[in-house]
Design a protein around this ligand. Structure first.
Ligand code: FES
Length: 106
């Protein structure tokens, strides 16, 4: 499943992502800069913030209550397309997904 991580400088890092792992885990495995993931994916740090491209936003299930609360505490501006990348599991239905790395995670 190909995921495009758009870095802060606009570079498109296309990654051959592993299905069943999260967007965050795939970013770390592929050395995508700008996703910190301090808590290691247990949905408590909000340093794995990404903006999901609008075209794909509808493909994803809505954030649960815990993710929604944490999103209020992200370092960069929270937008309607803001998500925590550790809470999104990669699968074939997301092939071609584009996510944008925010300006800051702290
Ligand atoms: Fe900590 Fe996602 S990795 S909330």
């Amino acid at each position: 499943t190909v995921i495009h991580y758009i870095l802060r400088d606009g570079t498109d890092r296309a990654v051959d992502a592993k299905d069943g792992a999260s967007l965050m885990e795939n970013a770390i495995m592929n050395n995508v800069r700008g996703i910190e993931a301090e808590c290691g994916g247990c949905c408590s740090c909000a340093t794995c913030h990404v903006y999901v491209d609008e075209k794909f936003a509808a493909l994803l299930p809505a954030p649960d209550e815990m993710e929604n609360e944490l999103l209020d505490g992200v370092a960069a501006e929270r937008k309607p397309t803001s998500r925590l990348s550790c809470q999104i599991s990669v699968g074939p239905e997301l092939d071609g997904l584009i996510v944008h790395i925010p300006e800051a995670q702290y």
